[in-house]
Design a protein around this ligand. Structure first.
Ligand code: HEC
Ligand SMILES: [Cu+2]
Length: 384
């Protein structure tokens, strides 16, 4: 077959070269302008910027990642290199008038490009298998925590042993503060059970190089030991609803001694509160706990910022006459409901929960009710 002789000279290749040079130059200028250095660009290809994880399991995850990454880089340069090389080496020349010889099939290269990828895939399979076994290894733990995810909050129940028979010693909830978040000892094996109250969430702390789904009706478990003390931030990593972005996880890792002291204090506080319904609570404690109760039970209708939802007839609690009025009337509404259950009854909540949530509504969103504190004992007295 013959082809018309080509009139174009090397100008096409020159243009292509210029465009590539321009793209490279602009990329370098933009990266430099944003403060990137060659090291920071290189590190950005790795998890947590190549700093390494902080748990005993993260080393093997990082090792697997590194190997996969380097193999991918090698394949990238090999394949791109061959494409560019053959494009130049076998490009049509101005003097060419015939099609080049048409080749069909080559047993040698076909065998090579079947065997080599197979070896790579089998190798990565074995390596992943091994990594998975390391990451999933069960250990006898000193600390058992049940992480409960609910739209849109995490709480951490500290258990007195392995689930499912374990008792809850005390509970930690976000938002963060002195008593928020997940607190763990450094250098001690920890087991976390994941439970969802509603939809699928995911537990993800980047510095652990680990992520696991929290599935309703199923308990996922994982164990690890944190090797460096410090504060590590994470986030629910499953799109679970419109406030999904506000489900932070904060892990505070303390020395073993500090942890033991802290856990002892939490346990004592929880026991004291449970044993003594007549304990007089501090307004700050009530409001802090009340916010959790509100977000878990009331915010769906009254909204997290208390502005209500006209569509379902849930009134705004900001400046509401019941919330700003006498305590007794509000205890009655929350315990027994109102308007044939359009406002549901909340008798199933504990005295502490109800006292807390009422105190919260009386001290939030600009509300400053004259009677601003309701104690658990008062709620107990109103139950019929
Ligand atoms: C299923 C939606 C829903 C949930 C959940 C809900 N409420 Fe209500 N709430 C309503 C509706 C609707 C009304 C108005 C009832 C009526 O028409 O009288 C109401 C009324 C109230 C009132 C009385 C306001 C007034 O002016 O009469 C208070 C106080 C209140 N809710 C507090 C709470 C608290 C505290 C919680 C959580 C423990 C909660 N609500 C959970 C729907 C809800
Ligand atoms: Cu979530």
């Amino acid at each position: 077959m013959s082809m018309p002789p080509r009139s174009r000279t090397g100008s096409g290749a020159l243009l292509a070269g210029l465009i590539i040079a321009l793209v490279v130059a602009v990329s370098i200028i933009l990266l430099a302008a944003s403060g990137a250095t060659p090291t920071s660009v290189w590190n950005s290809f790795f998890p947590v910027h190549n700093e390494g994880g902080v748990t005993d399991r993260s080393t093997s995850v990082q090792g697997l990642y590194d190997i996969v990454f380097y193999i991918a880089v090698a394949i990238f340069f090999l394949v791109e290199g061959l494409i560019v090389w053959s494009a130049f080496r076998y490009r049509r020349k101005a003097t060419d008038t015939e099609l080049p010889p048409q080749t069909h099939g080559n047993n040698l290269v076909e065998v090579i490009w079947t065997i080599v990828p197979t070896i790579i895939v089998v190798f990565l399979f074995a390596l992943s298998w091994q990594t998975l076994n390391t990451v999933e290894a069960k250990v006898t733990s000193d600390v058992h925590v049940r992480a409960v995810a609910a739209r849109f909050q995490w709480s951490f129940e500290y258990l007195d042993g392995a689930a499912p028979d374990a008792k809850v010693l005390f509970t930690q909830s976000l938002p963060v503060g002195d008593d928020g978040g997940l607190v763990l000892p450094v250098g001690a094996p920890v087991t976390i059970d994941l439970r969802s109250e509603d939809v699928i969430h995911a537990f993800y702390v980047p510095k652990f190089l680990f992520k696991r789904d929290v599935v309703p009706g199923k308990t996922n478990t994982f164990s690890f030991t944190v090797e460096d003390a410090g504060t590590y931030r994470g986030q629910c990593a499953e799109l679970c609803g419109k406030e999904h972005g506000f489900m932070p996880i904060v892990v505070e890792v303390k020395s073993k001694e500090d942890y033991a002291k802290w856990a002892g204090e939490q346990k004592q506080k929880a026991t004291a509160a449970a044993d003594d319904p007549n304990k007089v609570w501090d307004v700050k404690e009530l409001v802090a706990h009340g916010q959790q109760v509100f977000n878990a039970n009331c915010a769906a209708c009254h909204q997290p910022n208390g502005t209500g939802n006209a569509a379902i007839g849930a009134p705004a609690l900001v400046g509401d006459k019941v919330v700003m009025g006498p305590r007794k009337a509000q205890i009655d509404v929350v315990l027994n409901g109102q308007n044939n259950g359009k406002m549901p009854a909340w008798r199933q909540l504990s005295d502490v929960d109800i006292a807390s949530v009422i105190s919260y509504t009386r001290n939030s969103w600009g509300n400053q009710a004259p009677e601003n504190v309701v104690q658990p004992a008062e709620v107990k007295g109103e139950r019929k």
